[in-house]
Design a protein around this ligand. Sequence first.
Ligand SMILES: Cc1cc2nc3c(=O)[nH]c(=O)nc-3n(C[C@H](O)[C@H](O)[C@H](O)COP(=O)(O)O)c2cc1C
Length: 167
Amino acid sequence: MSKSIVIFFSHAGDNYSVGNIEVGNTKIVAGYISEIMGADQFEIVTHKYDGMAYMPLIELAKEEANKGELPPYEGTAPDLGKYDTVFIGGPVWWGTYPQVMFTLFKDIDLAGKTVIPFTTHEGSGLASCVSDVKKAFPKAEITGGFSIYGHEVRTGKAKVEKWLKSL
Ligand SMILES: Cc1cc2nc3c(=O)[nH]c(=O)nc-3n(C[C@H](O)[C@H](O)[C@H](O)COP(=O)(O)O)c2cc1C
């Protein structure tokens, strides 16, 4: 049977539209995917943004994106040998995934795997996440992109389920 994993980043704390949240929006979607698909998880963690208010975070993220910075993540990259399908998810930050996700992308090889990107966002949809994942993993088969508003995820399990069934 094909085995899948969800690789995601999600920022808890002060955020646009949802206020100060204990569990990030993308993490909730990752939870739905694991529950419905039986997928394992790897959470990309950095403490760089801990406790930051929304406005300073916006500015910091913009600077990171403009400079193409690659902030380190905690721990080591996952061993993906046993997985055929890799879901990749994160919030849209300035039109693409947060830079720390690209740090991990440099450390993993998804050649020959099915890769399914998703985002949570507040208006940008998938933005350039799918094309940026294609660039990062030219030898993977990228398919089935999905996006959902961050403020909808807590009541949005059925939407996620519908998407997963369509794959
Ligand atoms: C630094 C920062 C930049 C953001 N940039 C965008 C953006 O370009 N487009 C968009 O639709 N939403 C943007 N958002 C909103 C987030 O994508 C949205 O709130 C998302 O659901 C957050 O997911 P998370 O709780 O998993 O981190 C931004 C939020 C932050 C904190």
